[in-house]
Design a protein around this ligand. Structure first.
Ligand SMILES: Cc1ncc(COP(=O)(O)O)c(C=O)c1O
Length: 468
């Protein structure tokens, strides 16, 4: 019944072992059945007896076979069971990009991957591996590496006016994990409701829903969330806002609106969750300081290194009011023990030795040029289009009068080799943003940006001219 292939890369022992083992599991050999002796098997297969002895030994050690003295080798009892039918599809097929290389994708999520400071990062990583004490290679506290938290608290004070002690910071796997943990800690069984600015990224909305919360939309305009639209009839577990550069509309929240949010959170006795994800890149004027700095007791401040450096690092953080720290430490421990310590040591050095400041200064110039290339091309091809939002970050929103970005138009643009992202897709209350699209420029070269706008212009022209 057994066969072997001498030309196979799999050893003869492994082949014999596998065939007997799978024969037992598939019940081709039944429990209690006597197997041929190793000598007989070796002779019938034309192989050395030692090969069969080795395969049998392994099957005996693993419990598949029993040796009965002076009798022979038998299939052991208690190892066959009814197997479940195999599913024909994997439950969660991995997301595979079906984008051809030639498609120009104005997706907002990615920073300029072509400018990651590879050499410096590589050097620091090597130094960390060689110089750091052994403890760095052990488990560390769930809150993250102390050195990084200390450096970060100083950096955040200087750059964003965030007031905190290092102990108030928990290092997370990106803002995504921080926001999931916040939803878990702050929402309760009979109080699972979060006030979220609308429109908002679909990722953030999904994080809140998966954590079991209901999302209540609060309209945002070109200046960010509208405080007058906050719900008064019901108390949200927290209010989620991206005040530095609202995603997607691009507004920067004025100090007057920030104060109103604080007044609201006090009146309703709730929290503000401030996502400050691309605040470092402001191209005109000075960046407005964080809401956290105005009222550290009410604000959970979330940041990430995904935009400023790379999403591949998976390093973000949350700055907490002191009385919430222990609950977050505990949840982080149960979630994944802690974020990679070695990467945290590298990042601490990167900040401390001034490389982050330098990198941000360099990237600001690059993003500004990319933004200018985009706005110039848009003005050239679409004189009546309106560019919305603050001159900052890595994306902008354009309103194209007379064009509705429905699924069909999106498809036709894709066919023309350009991907754009309708604001309507991010809206919770539909209908107000049909003529607007988000264009991310962070990861596109100036040449690609110009080519992308060119394709957009030609395709929209064809769509307009096509008989309806
Ligand atoms: C609003 C917002 N905040 C933060 C992030 C960053 O997430 P992470 O730090 O997990 O990469 C994203 C991702 O695109 C985002 O859309």
């Amino acid at each position: 019944m057994l066969t072997v292939k001498r030309e196979s890369k799999v050893s003869l022992t492994q082949q014999v072992y596998e065939q007997i083992r799978s024969g037992i599991l598939k019940q081709k050999f039944t429990e209690g059945e006597k197997l041929p002796s190793t000598r007989e098997l070796a002779a019938s297969l034309g192989i050395s007896r030692n090969v069969c002895l080795e395969a049998f030994d392994r099957l005996i050690t693993e419990g598949y076979l029993d040796v009965r003295p002076r009798s022979g080798t038998y299939v052991a009892k208690g190892i066959t069971f009814q197997r479940e039918e195999e599913r024909s599809h994997p439950v969660f097929p991995a997301r595979v990009s079906n984008l051809s290389k030639d498609v120009i994708d104005f997706r907002a999520a990615n920073p300029a991957m072509d400018h990651f400071p590879r050499k410096i990062w590589g050097r620091l990583l090597k130094e960390v591996c060689i110089d750091t004490p052994e403890e760095a290679f052990a488990y560390s506290g769930s809150e993250g590496v102390r050195k990084l938290r200390e450096v970060l608290s100083q950096y955040l004070l200087k750059i964003r006016g965030v007031h905190c002690h290092a102990d108030q910071i928990i290092i997370t796997a990106g803002a995504t994990q921080a926001l999931y943990m916040i939803s878990r800690v702050l929402t309760h069984h009979n109080d699972r409701f979060i006030a979220v600015e609308d429109p908002v990224t679909d990722e953030m909305r999904r994080i809140f829903s998966i954590a079991g919360a209901k999302v209540h939309p609060v309209p945002a305009d070109e200046e960010g969330i509208i405080p007058e639209s906050l719900p008064l009839h019901i108390k949200p577990s927290f209010l989620f806002t991206i005040p530095s550069h609202q995603f997607p509309l691009g507004g920067t929240l004025s100090i007057q609106r920030r104060v109103k949010l604080i007044e609201y959170s006090r009146k309703m006795d709730t929290y503000i969750v401030e996502d400050d994800y691309d605040s470092e890149f402001t191209y005109e004027g000075v960046p407005v300081h964080s809401i956290q700095g105005l009222n550290p007791e009410r604000v959970l401040y979330v940041g990430t290194f995904s935009k400023i450096l790379s999403p591949a690092l998976r390093i973000g953080y949350v700055v907490l009011p002191p009385y919430l720290v222990n609950r977050f430490r505990e949840l982080k421990w149960y979630t994944d023990r802690h974020t990679s310590s070695l990467e945290q040591h590298v990042l601490a050095r990167f900040i401390e030795e001034g490389f982050l400041d330098r990198h941000v200064r360099r990237m600001k110039k690059i993003y500004q040029k990319r933004r200018e290339a985009l706005t110039a091309s848009l003005r050239e091809h679409f004189p009546s289009a309106k560019i919305l939002g603050q001159s900052s970050g890595m994306h902008l929103v354009v309103e194209f009068p007379g064009v509705v970005f429905c699924e069909k138009v999106k498809e036709l643009l894709h066919e023309a080799g350009v991907l754009v992202y309708p604001v309507e897709d991010y809206a919770l209350n539909k209908g107000a943003h049909q003529q607007k699209v988000v264009l991310g420029y962070g990861s596109l070269t100036e040449k690609k940006i110009k080519e992308g706008v060119n394709r957009l212009s030609e395709a929209l022209q064809r769509i307009k001219e096509a008989p309806s």
